[in-house]
Design a protein around this ligand. Structure first.
Ligand SMILES: NC(=O)c1ccc[n+]([C@@H]2O[C@H](COP(=O)([O-])OP(=O)(O)OC[C@H]3O[C@@H](n4cnc5c(N)ncnc54)[C@H](OP(=O)(O)O)[C@@H]3O)[C@@H](O)[C@H]2O)c1
Length: 333
């Protein structure tokens, strides 16, 4: 089997470190791993397959000989450096939102639209973490009953906002003074109905991402989506309350059957035993957990459910590595 030179950009971050872990766990065919971060991390090492790998400062020349570059250092770094990686011949799989809505950049969740990988011109975008887990659960339902409208409210964990966010929560919980702020308000013992910055119409960028990315990944602009994204003081794991209106009638048994057969979905739904998806059960798992499945009695063909997934895994690192695996499979490279 061919082996690949793989670069991780943002290797010292929450997502970058998880990518390195997932590459190792999934036995990705890595011939050589190169790790890049900012100047302040240069000279540190991260263990991969039992051996320390140096972290180097990212430069425009970092991509010589690289086959696959996994980017997770934020949108500005992706915008500046991804074109250099492509020019050097690498496939870029980008975790930031920099290229997601560009027409010639596929936005891929392998369980949903693996065929879009074929359209790439050097960059494939990894969707927003909240969107990934939602579309994994919705795709099998959309295929059967066609979704008219989605109303989603998220309860997103702290690790979704990077290292600084974790430091703020831990600092506040420990009652440390001089805690550096990632958020505009305290996050310990609090809930923030703001993720990312506000844009037109009173929505946040995260909410707009969920709307636009869902349509692009599902390949269906007719799906109406409205979202409210909320940060909660949970370490990791994003939860979502999802209300869906379908065009066609369904039975709950059929829904359970469709979700039960769907790749990447695990049902946790036994309310008599208080079993439903929770962030603490999702840690270090790749599944999208679905529960609290029930009819919305206020509309025809309405369904309510609750979705939870580990945002650093399926919401970021695992999805990115799965894209690379699918790319190898499709292009037989
Ligand atoms: N967290 C999630 O659940 C999640 C999910 C999906 C997508 N994403 C996206 O993934 C990206 C990273 O998120 P994260 O949570 O891992 O953030 P993070 O923990 O704050 O890590 C940021 C990483 O970027 C690196 N970096 C910063 N400035 C750099 C520079 N000038 N040159 C090279 N590297 C630089 C940092 O290196 P130093 O350590 O040297 O500063 C670090 O490795 C973001 O675009 C985020 O939107 C995150």
């Amino acid at each position: 089997m061919k082996q690949y030179q793989v670069a991780v950009v943002g290797a010292t971050g929450l997502v970058g470190r998880k990518m390195i872990q997932v590459l190792e766990e999934r036995k990705f065919p890595v011939e050589k791993l190169r790790l890049f971060a900012s100047a302040k991390s240069a000279g540190t090492t991260i263990v991969f397959n039992g051996k320390p790998v140096d972290v180097d400062k990212l430069t425009k020349e970092s991509f010589k000989g690289i086959d696959i570059a996994l980017f997770s250092a934020g949108g500005a770094i992706s915008k500046e450096f991804a074109p250099h990686a492509v020019k050097a011949g690498a496939l870029v799989i980008d975790n930031s939102s920099a290229f997601r809505m560009e027409q010639d950049v596929p936005l891929v969740v392998p369980e949903v639209n693996p065929q879009d990988i074929l359209k790439h011109k050097g960059i494939i975008a990894n969707p927003n973490c909240s969107t990934i887990q939602m579309v994994v659960a919705l795709k099998p339902l959309h295929d059967r009953w066609k979704i008219k409208r989605i109303v989603v409210s998220t309860y997103q964990g702290i690790t979704g906002a990077g290292k600084k966010a974790v430091d703020q929560l831990e600092g506040e919980l420990a009652k440390r003074t001089n805690v550096e702020k990632k958020f505009p308000h305290p996050i310990a013992y609090n809930v923030l109905p703001q993720i990312d910055v506000f844009v037109d119409g009173g929505y946040t960028k995260e909410e707009v991402k969920m709307v636009n990315e869902t349509k692009k990944i599902m390949g269906d602009d007719s799906i109406k989506v409205t979202a409210t994204c909320v940060r909660v003081p949970v370490t990791g794991g994003h939860s979502e309350s999802v209300n869906v209106e379908f065009e066609k009638p369904f039975s709950l048994l059929e829904v359970l059957d469709a979700l039960g057969k769907a790749p990447g979905v695990a049902i946790q739904d036994d309310v008599a035993k208080s079993i439903y998806p929770m962030p603490i059960w999702s840690h270090e798992k790749d599944d999208v957990f679905v529960g609290r499945i029930r009819r919305d009695e206020t509309i025809a063909n309405g369904l309510n459910f609750w979705i939870v997934s580990d945002n650093l895994r399926k919401g970021a690192a695992t999805n990115a590595v799965q894209i690379a695996e699918e790319w190898i499979k499709q292009f037989k490279i």
